[in-house]
Ligand binder design. Structure first.
Ligand code: IVH
Length: 681
């Protein structure tokens, strides 16, 4: 190469080397899940290869990584007849179905002399990916065709689109058979789905309702350049035609596919007997929310292929495998109405009233739509059939409408101009997402919510004062402000619905006890905007009396831990309001007198230090530990960062502990904390 001109053989060799290097990185990223180079470095290698191929176009081969996106948009997809039909699986939901499945198989195999009397059947247990089934045909190691399942016999040719998936090798590695049809699932990771939807929204384009629909929509593009921009992935779980050595077991086949360079998911397990099947199901149901992609169940397959053959098929489904489905996380139902609810601070929340639907293990009748923009974004309209989702313990959500089923004349949601409860104007300030009722405490809805907040466990902690009674007390006009609570008598309480003398007496006693709340509880109970539990505590500790907080000017407020201009101004505004001052005065008149939270005293050994508590400590409660740290002048934060001085970890400490270890933050147990409190070291 001394003359600067490379021979054709040298170029060939460089091309070969670059292609192998790039494929190896794809393999590391998508199959081994262990990338070793950055995206930038990867792009650089691709650019090098592209440049060299441009100089030598005659040396371009279809399996080159530069050839993933190519060809013009199609007019329509061609049909493909599958060499071996793509079957589907029978579904099971109940443990009994699984016991019966295992028994049927064991009986058949015993009768065939393939299983001993005391032996359990061996199964491969896998995830049931919630995506689209795909068949990939490799001839002499090269990807020649990709097809959708279609009706199982004939699918659509989506080769150009599938070639754009970097998790699908264009060329098999190692010792491949002459012909191999790989069967598997195309899907989208949830994080990729979220990012895609954000980008779609920013461009004013279609929002997808779930990763599965996004994957399907992306794969069915006639222009492969669009598919190429969609973050699709592939996992192999089976095969169709094989010309060459046949695998002996499902487990062996999956390992073999892996060696050929195909991505196979690692959440699989080789297990024996019905009990272990059910254990696997329970384990995956727990792990489900933490997986990067959606699964809608698990699949059990008899491991030995000769046993599979003996078991055979019924209709279109195999007898040797079954899909054990999780309860659906998504269902469709009718959106009967969109009502608005008024919150404690007047925030108006549109709420979807749904035809009751069983989803994710509960019956859902309502779901919040959050705010006006959210309703617009989702474009859900009264009369729509909507998709409702409840994943794990997450609150149910309306995902979006099924546009095809929209009745004619369905109208877009408009935020009402007036509060449905008090009739005051609804206002939405510029730059804010929330609309608010301007009625403040004139609005019974806001008054009820404020009272509910004030009597809550973290505020005045008055037991026996629930929503129903508060409704009655406010609606009857008996209670107009928090202070009125303290004038309630047993004789009048017994006149309300469902109020016996005993409950009325208990309630009055509870109210009486609440006359001496801690200052922080009282400050929190007042419902000052921006003042949560933590700020209320910091204010109480800093000022030591209600009067001092009320008198504090902006500057004085800014001196408090974590109080910034927004919080300070909100506190000022609250106490500047005559009505609020009257309520406070009425509270004092009714005998409410806050006890002062212990102010930091003595040596402030933790001054300037921030601690994070995680897990359960052997003797101290979370509140007690917090109080002692604050009393020593320290701060307690909810999250670990480089600025954290110590993490105090107890039993079952979670991710905060891991994070502390990662960041090299000092970790203490309870004894360590107590020592620290005593001598600051
Ligand atoms: S095996 C003969 N394994 O479920 C059995 N299928 O109704 C062929 N699926 O269309 C399927 N994960 O799209 C198999 N680990 C897995 C799967 C899986 C998802 C899908 C597949 C198929 C449907 C079966």
């Amino acid at each position: 190469m001394s003359d600067g001109k490379e021979s054709a053989a040298d170029v060939q060799e460089t091309l070969q080397r670059l292609r192998e290097e790039i494929s190896a990185h794809n393999h590391r990223y998508y199959v081994l899940d262990a990338p070793v180079i950055s995206d930038a470095k990867y792009d650089e290698l691709m650019a090098q290869l592209q440049a060299l191929e441009q100089l030598h176009p005659d040396m371009i081969v279809p399996e080159s990584p530069t050839q993933r996106v190519g060809g013009a948009p199609l007019a329509a997809f061609d049909s493909v007849r599958h060499a071996v039909p793509m079957r589907s699986l029978g579904n099971a939901f109940e443990p009994d179905d699984i016991l019966a499945f295992d028994k049927r198989i064991a009986d058949t195999l015993r009768a065939a002399g393939m299983l001993g009397q005391d032996q359990a059947v061996e199964y491969m247990a896998e995830c049931k990916f919630d995506g689209l089934a795909i068949s990939l045909r490799y001839e002499n190691g090269l990807l020649v065709q990709a097809a959708t399942r279609g009706d199982g016999q004939v699918g659509e040719d989506v080769t150009s689109n599938i070639r754009t998936l970097r998790s699908v090798p264009l060329k098999l590695r190692g010792d491949f058979p002459e012909v191999l049809e790989v069967r598997g699932e195309v899907l989208m990771y949830r994080s990729d789905f979220d990012a895609l939807n954000q980008a779609q929204q920013a461009r004013g384009e279609k929002i997808f309702v779930n990763p599965r629909n996004a994957a399907a929509g992306s794969l069915r593009q006639l222009d492969p350049r669009i598919t190429a921009r969609r973050p699709l992935r592939f996992f192999a779980y089976g095969w169709g035609q094989i010309q060459g050595d046949q695998p002996q077991t499902q487990a062996g086949a999956l390992e073999w596919l892996e060696r050929l360079g195909l991505p196979v998911n690692s959440e699989r397990a080789l297990i024996k007997g019905a009990d272990q099947l059910l254990e696997y199901y329970a384990r995956m149901n727990e792990r489900r929310a933490g997986l990067p992609f959606d699964i809608d169940g698990v699949v059990y397959k008899v491991n030995a292929l000769d046993a599979q053959e003996v078991l055979g098929y019924v209709a279109r489904a195999p007898r040797f495998a079954v899909a054990h489905k999780f309860p659906a996380q998504e269902e469709t139902t009718l959106l009967m109405d969109i009502e608005v609810q008024v919150g404690r601070t007047g925030a108006i929340t549109p709420v979807a009233r749904l035809k009751p639907v069983f989803v994710g293990g509960v019956t859902v009748t309502n779901a919040t739509l959050h705010n006006e923009d959210e309703v617009r974004r989702k474009d859900v309209r009264v009369g729509d059939t909507v998709i409702v989702r409840r994943a794990g313990d997450v609150i149910p959500e309306v995902v979006g409408p099924v546009i095809e089923l929209r009745p004619e004349g369905a109208e877009s949601f408009v935020m009402p101009a007036a509060c449905p409860v008090c009739g005051s104007a609804i206002q939405r300030l510029e730059g804010e997402a929330v609309s608010r009722c301007t009625g403040d405490l004139f609005c019974p809805a806001q008054r009820k919510q404020s009272l509910l907040h004030a009597v809550g466990r973290k505020a005045l902690d008055i037991e026996g004062l629930g929503e129903r009674l508060i409704d009655q007390l406010v609606d009857s006009g008996r209670i107009r402000s928090l202070a009125d609570l303290f004038t309630l008598r047993v004789e009048e309480l017994v006149l309300f619905d469902r109020m016996g003398r005993k409950s009325a007496e208990n309630l009055v006693a509870a109210i009486d006890k609440a006359r001496h709340p801690s200052l922080r509880a009282l400050l929190f109970a007042l419902g000052i905007r921006q003042v949560g539990e933590t700020t209320a505590r910091d204010l109480a500790l800093h000022f030591g009396s209600l009067d001092a907080v009320m008198q504090a000017d902006e500057e004085a407020l800014l001196a408090v831990n974590d109080v910034g201009p927004v919080v300070a101004s909100s506190i000022r505004q609250f106490f500047a309001e005559a009505h609020n001052r009257e309520v406070v005065q009425a509270l004092l008149d009714a005998g409410v007198s806050p006890t002062v939270d212990a102010a930091p005293s003595g040596r402030l050994v933790l001054s300037g230090r921030t601690l994070v508590l995680t897990g359960t400590l052997p003797t101290l409660t979370r509140d007690e530990a917090t109080r002692r740290i604050l009393a020593a002048g320290g701060k307690v934060s909810g999250s670990v960062s480089k600025k954290t001085s110590y993490v105090v970890a107890g039993e079952e400490a979670g991710t905060k502990l891991t994070k502390a270890q990662d960041l090299g933050v000092a970790i203490l147990d309870e004894a360590g904390l107590i020592a620290l409190l005593e001598n600051g070291r």
